[in-house]
Design a protein around this ligand. Structure first.
Ligand code: PLP
Length: 395
């Protein structure tokens, strides 16, 4: 497949093939282009490139063939017209806001979003006159009431971190469009292998490629996917001028990650389901948060908008922080790290790490108790993982 993507092809085919433009060297695997600039045949050709009269590469802050291959492949997987790759997930969110918003504009955001995203909205966008109102993810009335005439974006992550709250993407897309707003969905937890927000009505999909798209904990990167008009003009326009672009090497690593995304996500989901059901049976565990459990309050919604329930399981142990730390410290296989979306299982105590900067009151409001543990289930043997967690639960 080269210059055109056939959207009738299956997801797994696109994940392996889309975006590749083979060069005259007949290479089979996608090449890495580590070049900052590109040469022109003549002064006139340079002028034609710069004026936009002739398409083509000029400089790798604008375009790079390896990065473009990643962008075309991810756009095909999300079903979007255009993808713009960025240096990190945070720069994807920042480029989206900076490209689309101006002073006086307003964002309505779920309260259950990534901590740095909250800080970006409250500390930095605020400095430039963009205000954000935070609402409870599942409360549609609260979203509706928070919208003002100057609201431009609704922003959410689903399932949320770490409590796996599921937002109704179609309902929020309808609300956004009825109010001339765009719906932005951070699709980090599901990836397009499990959920395609654009098909459900969202306007923009954000990725931290750092997580499942790489899937092996190697590189930091991000992406924005949506229409040519929104992403191709506003977001790309910001990016090529302001510069948080993805490197060619990282794009190549993410390309290789995409090739195995579908089978990895299926394996993450299968193991997470087993782990969640096993945790529910442990007497030291008071509550398990996983959308694949019938006991999850939005189990039906998750089943209708996702094709799998994801790899993140959170659970509460009896005995608060001490008990939670004991479980974490007793593990020998799980990595104690805040990252997620890796072949290696990671274990986190949100109250003292990812959400440690919130006040105790804010944590309580968000339902983040001191006994809460988040596990991003990797690809190790699931019996080994249960045994690893059993150590600290039995004490
Ligand atoms: C990690 C993460 C981000 C930020 O991505 P970086 O690549 O670390 O900049 C944004 N959203 C979610 C849901 C994340 O998990």
């Amino acid at each position: 497949m080269s210059d055109r993507e056939d959207q009738s092809l299956g997801f797994e085919t696109l994940a392996v093939r889309a975006g590749q433009h083979r060069t005259a060297e007949s290479e089979h695997s996608e090449p890495i282009f580590p070049t900052s600039s590109y040469v022109f045949e003549s002064a006139a050709a340079a002028a034609a490139r710069f004026s936009g009269e002739q398409p083509g590469n000029i400089y790798s802050r604008f375009t790079n063939p390896t990065v473009r291959c990643f962008e075309e492949r991810l756009a095909a997987l999300e079903g979007g017209e255009r993808c713009v790759a960025t240096a990190s997930g945070m720069s994807a969110i920042y480029a989206t806001c900076a490209g689309l918003l101006q002073a006086g504009d307003h964002i309505v955001s779920s309260r259950s979003i990534f901590g740095s995203t909250t800080l970006l909205f409250t500390n930095y966008l605020h400095k430039f006159g963009v205000e954000t109102r935070f609402v409870a993810q599942h409360d549609l009335d609260a979203w509706a009431q928070a919208i003002r005439p100057e609201t431009r974006l609704l922003f959410l992550e689903t399932p949320s971190n770490p409590l796996t709250e599921v937002a109704d993407i179609s309902a929020l897309a309808d609300l956004a469009h009825a109010n001339n707003c765009l719906l932005v969905v951070d699709n980090c937890f599901c990836t397009p292998a499990l959920q395609q927000p654009l098909a459900l009505g969202a306007d923009i999909v954000i990725h931290s490629a750092t997580k499942y798209l790489d899937g092996q904990g190697r590189c930091v990167g991000g992406a924005v996917v949506g229409s040519e008009a929104v992403v191709g003009e506003s977001v790309y326009g910001f990016l090529r001028t302001c510069g948080p672009t993805m490197s060619a090497f990282n794009a190549w690593v993410f390309l290789k990650g995409l090739e195995t995304l579908s089978i990895r996500m299926q394996a993450h989901c299968a193991s997470a389901q087993v782990l969640a059901e096993w945790l529910q049976q442990q007497s030291a565990v008071s509550r398990v948060y996983y959308p694949g459990l019938a006991s999850h309050p939005q189990h039906q919604l998750a089943a209708s908008q996702q094709s799998g329930f994801g790899g993140i399981v959170s659970f509460e142990v009896k005995g608060g922080k001490q008990a939670a730390w004991r479980v974490i410290d007793a593990t020998r296989i799980c990595s104690i790290t805040a990252n997620l979306g890796d072949t290696k299982t990671t274990i986190t105590h949100p109250a003292t790490t990812t959400h440690g900067r919130l006040t105790a009151g804010q944590r309580a409001e968000a339902g983040l108790t001191d006994g809460l543990i988040r596990v991003a289930v990797g690809l190790e043997n699931i019996d080994d993982l249960c045994a690893d967690l059993a150590g600290g639960l039995a004490n």
